[in-house]
Design a protein around this ligand. Structure first.
Ligand SMILES: C[S@@+](CC[C@H](N)C(=O)[O-])C[C@H]1O[C@@H](n2cnc3c(N)ncnc32)[C@H](O)[C@@H]1O
Length: 458
Protein backbone atom coordinates (compact mmCIF):
# COMPACT_ATOMS: atom_id res chain seq x y z
CA UNK A 1 0.00 0.00 0.00
CA UNK A 2 2.70 2.44 1.06
CA UNK A 3 4.66 2.01 -2.19
CA UNK A 4 1.49 2.33 -4.23
CA UNK A 5 0.57 5.59 -2.54
CA UNK A 6 4.03 7.02 -3.00
CA UNK A 7 4.23 5.98 -6.63
CA UNK A 8 0.85 7.18 -7.72
CA UNK A 9 -0.27 10.14 -5.84
CA UNK A 10 2.16 12.99 -6.06
CA UNK A 11 3.47 15.62 -8.35
CA UNK A 12 5.11 18.90 -7.52
CA UNK A 13 2.33 21.21 -6.53
CA UNK A 14 3.76 24.17 -4.81
CA UNK A 15 7.44 24.94 -4.25
CA UNK A 16 8.73 24.76 -0.74
CA UNK A 17 10.28 27.99 0.47
CA UNK A 18 13.40 28.77 -1.52
CA UNK A 19 15.26 28.92 1.75
CA UNK A 20 18.96 28.84 0.82
CA UNK A 21 18.39 31.32 -1.97
CA UNK A 22 16.60 33.62 0.42
CA UNK A 23 19.27 33.17 3.08
CA UNK A 24 22.01 34.11 0.64
CA UNK A 25 20.16 37.19 -0.39
CA UNK A 26 19.54 38.19 3.20
CA UNK A 27 23.07 37.65 4.29
CA UNK A 28 24.31 39.93 1.54
CA UNK A 29 22.32 42.67 3.25
CA UNK A 30 23.06 42.10 6.95
CA UNK A 31 21.22 45.15 8.15
CA UNK A 32 17.93 43.42 7.45
CA UNK A 33 16.60 41.71 10.55
CA UNK A 34 14.66 39.33 8.33
CA UNK A 35 17.78 37.12 8.35
CA UNK A 36 16.24 35.39 11.34
CA UNK A 37 12.84 35.06 9.77
CA UNK A 38 11.94 31.66 8.42
CA UNK A 39 14.49 30.00 10.66
CA UNK A 40 12.39 30.08 13.80
CA UNK A 41 10.11 27.21 14.54
CA UNK A 42 8.63 27.07 18.01
CA UNK A 43 10.70 24.29 19.51
CA UNK A 44 13.93 26.00 20.48
CA UNK A 45 14.44 27.26 23.98
CA UNK A 46 16.13 30.62 24.17
CA UNK A 47 16.57 33.06 27.00
CA UNK A 48 14.40 35.96 26.06
CA UNK A 49 15.42 39.51 26.99
CA UNK A 50 14.28 40.85 30.32
CA UNK A 51 10.85 42.43 30.50
CA UNK A 52 11.24 45.62 28.49
CA UNK A 53 9.16 47.86 30.80
CA UNK A 54 8.62 50.22 27.95
CA UNK A 55 5.63 52.43 28.62
CA UNK A 56 2.90 51.98 26.05
CA UNK A 57 -0.83 52.46 26.04
CA UNK A 58 -2.70 49.34 27.07
CA UNK A 59 -4.17 47.20 24.29
CA UNK A 60 -7.72 45.85 24.54
CA UNK A 61 -6.35 42.50 25.73
CA UNK A 62 -4.10 44.08 28.36
CA UNK A 63 -7.04 46.07 29.71
CA UNK A 64 -9.09 42.88 29.76
CA UNK A 65 -6.39 40.94 31.65
CA UNK A 66 -5.93 43.74 34.17
CA UNK A 67 -9.71 43.88 34.57
CA UNK A 68 -9.86 40.17 35.47
CA UNK A 69 -7.04 40.54 38.00
CA UNK A 70 -8.69 43.62 39.54
CA UNK A 71 -12.15 42.12 39.83
CA UNK A 72 -10.84 38.83 41.19
CA UNK A 73 -8.91 40.84 43.74
CA UNK A 74 -5.73 38.85 43.02
CA UNK A 75 -3.48 37.24 40.44
CA UNK A 76 -4.56 34.75 37.77
CA UNK A 77 -2.83 31.49 36.93
CA UNK A 78 -0.37 31.37 34.05
CA UNK A 79 -2.77 28.91 32.40
CA UNK A 80 -5.60 31.42 32.44
CA UNK A 81 -3.22 34.12 31.21
CA UNK A 82 -2.08 31.91 28.31
CA UNK A 83 -5.62 30.97 27.42
CA UNK A 84 -6.76 34.61 27.30
CA UNK A 85 -3.66 35.75 25.42
CA UNK A 86 -4.02 33.13 22.68
CA UNK A 87 -7.73 32.61 22.27
CA UNK A 88 -9.68 35.46 23.86
CA UNK A 89 -12.57 35.69 21.37
CA UNK A 90 -12.08 39.43 20.77
CA UNK A 91 -8.38 40.12 21.01
CA UNK A 92 -6.54 36.77 21.37
CA UNK A 93 -3.31 36.28 19.45
CA UNK A 94 -4.77 33.72 17.01
CA UNK A 95 -8.17 35.29 16.56
CA UNK A 96 -7.71 38.07 14.03
CA UNK A 97 -4.61 37.30 11.99
CA UNK A 98 -2.37 35.01 9.99
CA UNK A 99 0.63 34.34 12.24
CA UNK A 100 2.65 31.94 10.08
CA UNK A 101 5.61 32.13 7.70
CA UNK A 102 8.16 34.77 6.87
CA UNK A 103 5.69 37.62 7.34
CA UNK A 104 4.30 36.19 10.56
CA UNK A 105 5.90 35.10 13.81
CA UNK A 106 7.11 31.52 13.25
CA UNK A 107 7.23 28.65 10.77
CA UNK A 108 5.67 25.20 11.01
CA UNK A 109 6.43 21.97 9.12
CA UNK A 110 3.46 22.11 6.71
CA UNK A 111 4.62 25.60 5.72
CA UNK A 112 8.21 24.38 5.26
CA UNK A 113 7.37 21.81 2.59
CA UNK A 114 4.42 20.24 0.78
CA UNK A 115 5.99 16.87 1.62
CA UNK A 116 4.90 17.16 5.25
CA UNK A 117 1.16 17.20 4.49
CA UNK A 118 1.67 14.53 1.84
CA UNK A 119 3.40 12.19 4.31
CA UNK A 120 0.63 12.74 6.86
CA UNK A 121 -1.75 11.87 4.01
CA UNK A 122 0.09 8.58 3.53
CA UNK A 123 -0.29 7.87 7.24
CA UNK A 124 -4.01 8.64 7.19
CA UNK A 125 -4.61 6.49 4.10
CA UNK A 126 -2.71 3.56 5.54
CA UNK A 127 -4.74 3.77 8.76
CA UNK A 128 -7.94 3.95 6.70
CA UNK A 129 -6.81 0.72 4.97
CA UNK A 130 -6.20 -0.90 8.35
CA UNK A 131 -9.67 0.22 9.39
CA UNK A 132 -11.10 -1.82 6.49
CA UNK A 133 -11.61 1.10 4.08
CA UNK A 134 -14.82 2.42 5.65
CA UNK A 135 -17.16 4.23 3.26
CA UNK A 136 -17.55 7.19 5.56
CA UNK A 137 -14.87 8.67 7.82
CA UNK A 138 -14.55 11.84 9.83
CA UNK A 139 -11.09 13.29 9.21
CA UNK A 140 -10.57 15.85 11.96
CA UNK A 141 -7.73 18.33 12.16
CA UNK A 142 -7.20 20.23 15.39
CA UNK A 143 -5.79 23.73 14.89
CA UNK A 144 -5.19 23.65 11.12
CA UNK A 145 -3.48 27.07 10.93
CA UNK A 146 -3.57 28.13 7.30
CA UNK A 147 -5.02 24.78 6.21
CA UNK A 148 -1.81 23.92 4.38
CA UNK A 149 -1.40 20.42 5.82
CA UNK A 150 -4.97 19.47 4.92
CA UNK A 151 -4.67 20.99 1.42
CA UNK A 152 -1.50 18.96 0.74
CA UNK A 153 -3.04 15.83 2.24
CA UNK A 154 -6.17 16.07 0.06
CA UNK A 155 -4.25 16.92 -3.09
CA UNK A 156 -1.74 14.13 -2.49
CA UNK A 157 -4.38 11.46 -1.96
CA UNK A 158 -6.94 12.76 -4.44
CA UNK A 159 -6.26 10.00 -6.98
CA UNK A 160 -7.50 7.41 -4.50
CA UNK A 161 -11.18 7.89 -5.20
CA UNK A 162 -12.53 5.46 -2.60
CA UNK A 163 -10.46 7.11 0.07
CA UNK A 164 -11.14 10.70 -0.84
CA UNK A 165 -14.86 10.09 -1.30
CA UNK A 166 -15.11 8.53 2.14
CA UNK A 167 -13.91 11.68 3.90
CA UNK A 168 -15.78 14.36 5.73
CA UNK A 169 -13.17 16.89 6.86
CA UNK A 170 -13.79 18.60 10.18
CA UNK A 171 -11.52 21.49 11.07
CA UNK A 172 -11.42 22.46 14.74
CA UNK A 173 -10.41 26.09 14.78
CA UNK A 174 -11.10 28.93 17.20
CA UNK A 175 -9.94 31.74 14.94
CA UNK A 176 -12.40 33.26 12.45
CA UNK A 177 -9.47 34.78 10.53
CA UNK A 178 -7.77 31.40 10.17
CA UNK A 179 -11.07 29.68 9.33
CA UNK A 180 -11.36 32.07 6.43
CA UNK A 181 -7.81 31.35 5.31
CA UNK A 182 -8.46 27.59 5.56
CA UNK A 183 -11.56 28.05 3.42
CA UNK A 184 -9.44 29.82 0.78
CA UNK A 185 -6.51 27.42 0.89
CA UNK A 186 -8.73 24.38 0.54
CA UNK A 187 -10.27 26.19 -2.42
CA UNK A 188 -13.67 25.60 -0.93
CA UNK A 189 -16.53 26.17 -3.30
CA UNK A 190 -20.26 26.50 -3.05
CA UNK A 191 -20.45 28.42 0.18
CA UNK A 192 -18.54 31.60 -0.32
CA UNK A 193 -19.18 33.08 3.10
CA UNK A 194 -19.11 29.81 4.94
CA UNK A 195 -16.02 30.55 6.96
CA UNK A 196 -17.39 33.82 8.25
CA UNK A 197 -20.29 32.26 10.08
CA UNK A 198 -20.17 30.37 13.30
CA UNK A 199 -19.51 26.72 14.00
CA UNK A 200 -20.51 23.68 11.97
CA UNK A 201 -20.64 25.43 8.65
CA UNK A 202 -20.02 23.20 5.71
CA UNK A 203 -18.38 23.86 2.38
CA UNK A 204 -16.78 21.63 -0.25
CA UNK A 205 -13.06 21.44 -0.98
CA UNK A 206 -11.91 21.50 -4.60
CA UNK A 207 -11.70 17.69 -4.37
CA UNK A 208 -15.39 17.50 -3.52
CA UNK A 209 -14.77 16.67 0.13
CA UNK A 210 -17.24 18.22 2.58
CA UNK A 211 -15.46 20.50 5.04
CA UNK A 212 -17.00 21.68 8.31
CA UNK A 213 -15.65 24.01 10.94
CA UNK A 214 -16.09 23.41 14.66
CA UNK A 215 -14.87 25.28 17.71
CA UNK A 216 -14.12 22.12 19.70
CA UNK A 217 -13.62 18.41 19.11
CA UNK A 218 -16.76 17.70 21.14
CA UNK A 219 -18.78 19.52 18.46
CA UNK A 220 -17.63 17.17 15.69
CA UNK A 221 -20.51 14.73 15.18
CA UNK A 222 -19.79 11.25 16.51
CA UNK A 223 -20.91 7.89 15.14
CA UNK A 224 -18.45 7.54 12.25
CA UNK A 225 -14.93 6.09 12.26
CA UNK A 226 -12.65 9.00 13.02
CA UNK A 227 -9.07 9.95 12.21
CA UNK A 228 -7.71 12.93 14.11
CA UNK A 229 -4.61 14.96 13.27
CA UNK A 230 -3.10 17.39 15.75
CA UNK A 231 -0.04 19.12 14.40
CA UNK A 232 1.36 21.82 16.71
CA UNK A 233 -1.95 22.03 18.52
CA UNK A 234 -1.10 20.66 21.96
CA UNK A 235 1.77 23.14 22.38
CA UNK A 236 -0.76 25.98 22.21
CA UNK A 237 -2.82 24.60 25.11
CA UNK A 238 -2.48 26.57 28.35
CA UNK A 239 0.08 25.32 30.84
CA UNK A 240 0.37 25.93 34.56
CA UNK A 241 3.77 26.29 36.20
CA UNK A 242 4.71 25.32 39.74
CA UNK A 243 7.81 26.35 41.62
CA UNK A 244 9.34 24.54 44.57
CA UNK A 245 9.39 26.79 47.65
CA UNK A 246 10.01 26.25 51.35
CA UNK A 247 6.24 25.84 51.84
CA UNK A 248 5.97 23.26 49.03
CA UNK A 249 4.97 23.55 45.39
CA UNK A 250 3.52 27.00 44.63
CA UNK A 251 1.75 27.93 41.41
CA UNK A 252 3.23 30.75 39.38
CA UNK A 253 0.60 33.46 38.93
CA UNK A 254 0.35 36.67 36.92
CA UNK A 255 -0.33 39.88 38.80
CA UNK A 256 -0.18 43.61 38.13
CA UNK A 257 2.66 45.44 39.88
CA UNK A 258 2.54 48.96 41.31
CA UNK A 259 4.02 50.35 38.10
CA UNK A 260 1.04 48.80 36.28
CA UNK A 261 3.22 46.19 34.53
CA UNK A 262 2.46 42.47 34.68
CA UNK A 263 4.68 40.44 37.00
CA UNK A 264 4.92 36.89 38.30
CA UNK A 265 4.04 36.02 41.89
CA UNK A 266 3.74 32.69 43.69
CA UNK A 267 0.44 31.43 45.07
CA UNK A 268 0.34 31.47 48.88
CA UNK A 269 -1.72 28.26 49.01
CA UNK A 270 -2.75 25.32 46.82
CA UNK A 271 -4.69 26.25 43.67
CA UNK A 272 -7.19 24.22 41.60
CA UNK A 273 -4.38 23.22 39.21
CA UNK A 274 -2.49 21.62 42.12
CA UNK A 275 -4.66 18.54 41.57
CA UNK A 276 -3.18 18.17 38.10
CA UNK A 277 0.32 18.62 39.50
CA UNK A 278 -0.31 15.78 41.95
CA UNK A 279 -1.65 13.60 39.16
CA UNK A 280 1.35 14.36 36.96
CA UNK A 281 3.79 13.60 39.79
CA UNK A 282 2.12 10.23 40.40
CA UNK A 283 2.91 9.29 36.80
CA UNK A 284 6.60 10.10 37.25
CA UNK A 285 9.40 8.40 39.18
CA UNK A 286 10.16 10.16 42.51
CA UNK A 287 13.78 10.68 41.35
CA UNK A 288 12.53 12.52 38.27
CA UNK A 289 10.51 14.94 40.41
CA UNK A 290 13.20 15.29 43.09
CA UNK A 291 15.65 16.93 40.74
CA UNK A 292 13.21 19.59 39.53
CA UNK A 293 12.57 23.03 41.01
CA UNK A 294 9.88 23.87 38.48
CA UNK A 295 7.19 21.72 36.90
CA UNK A 296 4.86 22.58 34.06
CA UNK A 297 1.52 20.80 33.74
CA UNK A 298 -1.14 21.09 31.08
CA UNK A 299 -4.61 20.10 32.34
CA UNK A 300 -6.11 20.79 28.90
CA UNK A 301 -3.76 18.22 27.36
CA UNK A 302 -5.02 15.62 29.81
CA UNK A 303 -8.67 16.55 29.13
CA UNK A 304 -8.28 16.70 25.34
CA UNK A 305 -6.50 13.33 25.32
CA UNK A 306 -9.42 11.87 27.23
CA UNK A 307 -11.89 13.31 24.67
CA UNK A 308 -9.82 11.93 21.77
CA UNK A 309 -9.60 8.51 23.39
CA UNK A 310 -13.32 8.35 24.13
CA UNK A 311 -14.08 9.20 20.50
CA UNK A 312 -11.65 6.63 19.11
CA UNK A 313 -12.84 3.97 21.53
CA UNK A 314 -16.48 4.40 20.59
CA UNK A 315 -16.18 5.18 16.86
CA UNK A 316 -12.93 3.43 15.85
CA UNK A 317 -9.96 5.02 14.13
CA UNK A 318 -6.95 6.79 15.53
CA UNK A 319 -5.15 10.04 16.23
CA UNK A 320 -1.78 11.36 15.14
CA UNK A 321 -0.14 13.95 17.35
CA UNK A 322 2.98 15.71 16.08
CA UNK A 323 4.57 18.40 18.16
CA UNK A 324 7.73 19.46 19.87
CA UNK A 325 8.18 18.15 23.34
CA UNK A 326 9.58 15.49 25.64
CA UNK A 327 8.59 12.04 26.79
CA UNK A 328 8.69 13.06 30.45
CA UNK A 329 7.96 15.80 32.96
CA UNK A 330 8.51 19.29 31.58
CA UNK A 331 10.19 21.76 33.86
CA UNK A 332 9.94 25.23 32.38
CA UNK A 333 9.40 25.55 28.64
CA UNK A 334 6.75 28.20 28.06
CA UNK A 335 8.02 30.79 25.61
CA UNK A 336 6.85 33.77 23.59
CA UNK A 337 7.78 34.41 19.95
CA UNK A 338 7.17 37.60 18.03
CA UNK A 339 8.44 38.16 14.49
CA UNK A 340 10.79 35.17 14.72
CA UNK A 341 12.38 36.41 17.94
CA UNK A 342 11.94 35.15 21.47
CA UNK A 343 10.44 37.81 23.76
CA UNK A 344 9.37 38.08 27.37
CA UNK A 345 6.17 36.20 28.27
CA UNK A 346 4.58 39.25 29.85
CA UNK A 347 5.50 41.81 27.19
CA UNK A 348 2.54 43.22 25.29
CA UNK A 349 0.40 40.07 25.62
CA UNK A 350 -1.57 39.18 22.50
CA UNK A 351 1.16 40.42 20.17
CA UNK A 352 3.35 37.31 20.51
CA UNK A 353 2.72 33.59 20.25
CA UNK A 354 2.92 31.57 23.46
CA UNK A 355 3.71 27.88 23.32
CA UNK A 356 5.13 25.17 25.54
CA UNK A 357 6.78 21.78 25.18
CA UNK A 358 4.30 18.93 24.91
CA UNK A 359 4.52 16.33 27.65
CA UNK A 360 4.06 13.15 25.61
CA UNK A 361 4.27 10.95 28.71
CA UNK A 362 1.29 12.80 30.14
CA UNK A 363 -0.66 12.14 26.91
CA UNK A 364 0.20 8.44 27.15
CA UNK A 365 -0.85 8.17 30.80
CA UNK A 366 -4.06 10.15 30.20
CA UNK A 367 -4.93 7.92 27.22
CA UNK A 368 -4.24 4.69 29.07
CA UNK A 369 -6.25 5.90 32.05
CA UNK A 370 -9.21 6.91 29.85
CA UNK A 371 -9.77 3.59 28.08
CA UNK A 372 -8.42 0.09 27.59
CA UNK A 373 -9.71 0.10 23.99
CA UNK A 374 -6.81 2.12 22.59
CA UNK A 375 -3.07 1.63 22.18
CA UNK A 376 -0.55 4.44 22.38
CA UNK A 377 2.46 4.28 20.05
CA UNK A 378 5.58 6.43 20.27
CA UNK A 379 6.65 9.10 20.55
CA UNK A 380 9.16 8.63 17.76
CA UNK A 381 11.10 11.49 16.25
CA UNK A 382 9.69 13.38 13.27
CA UNK A 383 12.69 12.14 11.34
CA UNK A 384 11.80 8.49 12.12
CA UNK A 385 8.15 9.15 11.36
CA UNK A 386 8.69 10.81 7.98
CA UNK A 387 11.54 8.44 7.11
CA UNK A 388 9.36 5.42 7.94
CA UNK A 389 6.64 6.74 5.63
CA UNK A 390 9.07 7.11 2.75
CA UNK A 391 9.90 10.80 2.55
CA UNK A 392 13.27 9.85 1.04
CA UNK A 393 11.53 8.23 -1.93
CA UNK A 394 9.16 11.13 -2.14
CA UNK A 395 11.86 13.78 -2.34
CA UNK A 396 13.75 11.77 -4.92
CA UNK A 397 10.65 11.38 -7.07
CA UNK A 398 9.97 15.08 -6.90
CA UNK A 399 13.57 15.92 -7.76
CA UNK A 400 13.24 13.96 -11.02
CA UNK A 401 10.84 16.48 -12.35
CA UNK A 402 11.52 19.97 -11.14
CA UNK A 403 13.25 23.21 -11.94
CA UNK A 404 16.60 24.06 -10.38
CA UNK A 405 14.94 26.45 -7.99
CA UNK A 406 12.33 23.91 -6.96
CA UNK A 407 15.09 21.33 -6.47
CA UNK A 408 17.00 23.62 -4.15
CA UNK A 409 13.87 24.37 -2.25
CA UNK A 410 12.90 20.68 -2.00
CA UNK A 411 16.30 19.67 -0.65
CA UNK A 412 16.21 22.41 1.93
CA UNK A 413 12.66 21.65 2.96
CA UNK A 414 13.54 17.96 3.25
CA UNK A 415 16.56 18.74 5.41
CA UNK A 416 14.58 21.10 7.59
CA UNK A 417 11.91 18.45 8.26
CA UNK A 418 14.22 15.52 9.02
CA UNK A 419 17.59 17.13 9.82
CA UNK A 420 19.07 17.75 13.24
CA UNK A 421 21.15 20.62 14.61
CA UNK A 422 22.31 23.60 12.62
CA UNK A 423 21.95 23.58 8.84
CA UNK A 424 25.25 22.51 7.25
CA UNK A 425 24.50 24.61 4.16
CA UNK A 426 23.94 27.86 6.11
CA UNK A 427 26.31 30.58 4.95
CA UNK A 428 25.05 33.47 7.08
CA UNK A 429 25.69 34.57 10.65
CA UNK A 430 24.87 32.65 13.85
CA UNK A 431 21.61 34.42 14.52
CA UNK A 432 19.57 33.17 11.61
CA UNK A 433 20.93 29.65 11.26
CA UNK A 434 18.10 27.22 10.47
CA UNK A 435 17.72 24.37 12.92
CA UNK A 436 16.54 20.93 11.79
CA UNK A 437 13.17 19.85 13.15
CA UNK A 438 13.78 16.12 12.75
CA UNK A 439 14.65 15.26 16.36
CA UNK A 440 12.95 17.97 18.34
CA UNK A 441 9.53 17.26 16.87
CA UNK A 442 7.95 13.96 17.84
CA UNK A 443 5.07 11.84 16.57
CA UNK A 444 2.69 9.82 18.70
CA UNK A 445 -0.30 7.73 17.61
CA UNK A 446 -3.32 6.74 19.66
CA UNK A 447 -5.23 4.03 17.84
CA UNK A 448 -8.21 1.81 18.54
CA UNK A 449 -6.78 -1.64 19.29
CA UNK A 450 -8.94 -3.18 16.55
CA UNK A 451 -6.88 -1.30 13.97
CA UNK A 452 -3.57 -2.91 14.90
CA UNK A 453 -0.29 -1.02 14.93
CA UNK A 454 -0.14 1.95 12.55
CA UNK A 455 2.75 2.71 10.22
CA UNK A 456 5.57 3.45 10.98
CA UNK A 457 5.26 2.67 14.70
CA UNK A 458 5.81 -1.09 14.34
C1 LIG B 1 0.61 26.74 16.27
S1 LIG B 1 -0.78 26.82 15.29
C2 LIG B 1 -0.54 25.35 14.31
C3 LIG B 1 -1.14 25.46 12.97
C4 LIG B 1 -0.97 24.29 12.03
N1 LIG B 1 -1.34 23.03 12.62
C5 LIG B 1 0.44 24.23 11.50
O1 LIG B 1 1.17 23.34 11.90
O2 LIG B 1 0.81 25.07 10.69
C6 LIG B 1 -2.12 26.44 16.36
C7 LIG B 1 -3.47 26.38 15.68
O3 LIG B 1 -4.44 25.97 16.64
C8 LIG B 1 -5.50 26.94 16.72
N2 LIG B 1 -5.91 26.95 18.12
C9 LIG B 1 -5.14 27.26 19.19
N3 LIG B 1 -5.81 27.07 20.34
C10 LIG B 1 -7.05 26.60 19.98
C11 LIG B 1 -8.20 26.21 20.71
N4 LIG B 1 -8.23 26.25 22.04
N5 LIG B 1 -9.27 25.77 20.03
C12 LIG B 1 -9.26 25.70 18.67
N6 LIG B 1 -8.19 26.08 17.92
C13 LIG B 1 -7.10 26.52 18.56
C14 LIG B 1 -4.86 28.21 16.23
O4 LIG B 1 -5.79 29.17 15.81
C15 LIG B 1 -3.99 27.67 15.10
O5 LIG B 1 -4.74 27.39 13.96
Amino acid sequence: MLRKVLRQCYSIHRPTYAVPRLYRRLCSSPSETAAATISIDRSSLYNPPEHSHQPSSDSELVRHLKGIIKFRGGPISLGEYMSEVLTNPKAGYYINRDVFGAEGDFITSPEVSQMFGEMVGVWVMCLWEQMGQPHRVNLVELGPGRGTLMADLLRGTSKFKNFIESLHVHLVECSPALQKLQHQNLKCIGEENAAQDNDKITARSSFGTPVSWNATLEQVPSGLPTIIIAHEFFDALPVHQFQRASRGWCEKMVDVAEDSMFRFVLSPQPTPATLFLLKRCQWAAPEEIAKLDQIEVCPKTMELTQTIVERISSDGGGALIIDYGLDGVISDSLQAIRKHKFVNLLDNPGSADLSAYVDFASIRHSAEEASGEVCVHGPITQSEFLGGLGINFRVEALLQNCTEEQGESLRTGYWRLVGDGEAPFWEGGDEGVPIGMGNRYKAMAIVNKKQGVPLPFQ
